[in-house]
Design a protein around this ligand. Structure first.
Ligand SMILES: Cc1cc2nc3c(=O)[nH]c(=O)nc-3n(C[C@H](O)[C@H](O)[C@H](O)COP(=O)(O)OP(=O)(O)OC[C@H]3O[C@@H](n4cnc5c(N)ncnc54)[C@H](O)[C@@H]3O)c2cc1C
Length: 266
């Protein structure tokens, strides 16, 4: 398989870099072809601004989604963005790797999403009408591919448990899993998260690297998180609300959007 790792850490000797190297080595040993987008090393421009749309007339009010859609349709996005889109189309598996910063991804990686996920490429795909609300959440440009997160966290695993003060890790990662990865079509694998890393010793590193290598060996077979597909019949269109009667009776919020041992859903 072709695997793309989008890597967001500024320090080449960081724990994240060492874990990335372990993952790349294992993937190559398994016969996969790997590309890494090392965003800091690439000096990735993280903010969307007028420079992203050089064809817009000076002084013209910049509206990002239409500008993005027009540039995508005209093949006029900037070369750095087009190169990342080509990598996404090339990759069977996308891995986003980052340290958890303020409960989410570093800004440089968010900026990669903001710029690479152009209108017409990652959103605004498919028919939008009262009976169909686009090709998204399991459908779209990147459907049929797999994606997963590799995350390091300073906090303890218990801090991210269902009753932990930081909030459950699945909830914290939901906007990335569901909103960024499932949205343009990916099947999303459960994340690799390693906790309490700030004073990790050599034995702790060896353990974490072993766990990560094991995940790299099962990229093709790990069952994805069972997110519901928008156009699979579970949602009312155009309100995009989950149909009455679906979801475990006690489920609320993010958990509603996963099929969990539920009869009658595809
Ligand atoms: C701005 C900011 C916001 C943050 N927000 C959060 C948050 O919301 N939630 C949270 O839980 N945490 C948070 N943290 C903590 C953060 O998640 C961790 O500091 C980060 O995940 C550690 O990863 P690293 O690659 O930077 O580790 P590094 O600092 O590079 O290394 C961590 C430890 O691993 C050791 N290590 C062991 N083996 C190796 C090896 N082979 N190579 C390199 N190092 C090794 C290092 O010696 C070091 O002690 C935040 C940190 C910052 C700076």
């Amino acid at each position: 398989m072709n695997v793309l790792i989008v890597f967001a850490h500024p320090e080449p000797h960081s724990l994240n870099a060492a874990l990335r190297d372990a993952a790349v080595e294992e993937l190559k040993a398994q016969g996969h072809v790997v590309q890494v987008s090392d965003l800091y090393a690439m000096n990735w421009k993280s903010e969307v601004d007028r420079a992203d749309f050089p064809d817009r007339a000076a002084g013209e009010r910049l509206k990002i989604a239409p500008a993005s859609g027009a540039a995508f349709a005209a093949d006029a996005l900037t070369d750095d963005v087009k190169a990342e889109q080509d990598k996404l189309l090339w990759a069977d598996v996308l891995i986003l790797q980052f340290p958890l910063w303020w409960f989410t991804m570093p800004a440089i990686l968010k900026g990669w999403v903001d710029r690479v996920y152009a209108y017409g490429f990652a959103y605004g795909v498919g028919e939008h009408s009262d009976s169909r609300w686009g090709d998204r959440y399991g459908e779209g440009t990147l459907a049929g591919k797999r994606a997963m997160l590799v995350v390091t966290a300073g906090g303890w695993e218990q801090h991210y448990s269902p009753r932990g003060i930081n909030g459950p890790i699945d909830d914290l990662l939901f906007p990335i899993h569901h909103g960024i990865l499932h949205y343009p079509g990916y099947d999303v694998l459960p994340p690799f998260v390693t906790y309490r890393v700030d004073r990790l010793d050599a034995a702790g590193f060896a353990q974490a690297a072993d766990r990560l290598r094991a995940r790299m060996r099962t990229l093709e077979t790990t069952p994805p998180i069972p997110f519901r597909r928008q156009n699979g019949g579970d949602y009312l269109i155009p309100s995009c609300e989950l149909r009455p009667g679906l979801g475990a009776p006690a489920a609320t919020g993010f958990a509603l959007h996963q099929r969990e041992n539920e009869a009658g859903t595809a």
